[in-house]
Design a protein around this ligand. Sequence first.
Ligand code: CP
Ligand code: NVA
Length: 302
Amino acid sequence: MTPPRHFLTLMDLKADEIRSLIKRAIELKSHRHQGLPHKTLEGKVLAMIFAKASTRTRVSFEAGMTQLGGSALFLSRQDTQLGRGEPIADTAKVISSMVDIVMIRTSAHTDVETFAAHSKVPVINGLTDDYHPCQILADLQTYVEARGEITGRTVCWLGDGNNVCHSWMNAARLLDFELVVACPEGYDPDTKLLSACGNRVRIERDPEQAAKGTDLLITDVWASMGQEDEQITRADTLAPYQLNRQLLETAEPGALYMHCLPAHRDEEISAELMDSSDTVIWQEAENRLHAQKALMELLLSA
Ligand code: CP
Ligand code: NVA
């Protein structure tokens, strides 16, 4: 039996696979908007394990699998034996003997790796403390729909060098664009990952310098899930990195801006930008559905 194909970080896909996945996501989106059937995963079962909260990831995976003709199971960590200490490896052996594909959202990235190492079926990372690769598939789709190919562009990340930032760093080295990470000292992304990205990613302390002339500005919450008790200190230190109209005006004319959501309005992003009639933020959220449908097709076709 061939080993299953997992999606734990963006590096599990090649650049040309990401490009075809985005093409397919755009096609699936058009099928859905036109009401055309696309039941390519009839009878397949997706297990979704959540150890952290979610709106978009849960709804997009469950709705996506249903629209593809399959079904999805929601398993919260505390309602399964995982919450009572059953080892991840044992859980992986059992769950993967009963379903066709698994999605996990949890804290430690090593937990997703352990699950995948013992799983007979593909495992998808639905967010860990270190990475959020599904989000970047939707973000890339959104960029391609609005502005075309991202290769050769310049992208600016603002705020905390967190899990979503790490996945954007992987996108920069895979798809060959420049990523400027604007963050204060103490909020840098992982140093090992930074050096692996070579000249595709650099850090800039001054947000205006970082945003200057870029084609896309991205931000995310300043305190991620699990960091809630640091919210006040983080909000104070990261305040100069807010994504707002003034900063957007230093970017290239026509630059896009994104936020994976949920957002703290008027903290990391101004409410005015979120409510702007030409924002792609809502399209970005919807694209989680289409990009992940394309991802599940790809992993299940291997
Ligand atoms: N962007 C994102 O992953 O949202 P949820 O936490 O609501 O799933
Ligand atoms: N960085 C955020 C992303 C939420 C989708 C978190 O990990 O909470």
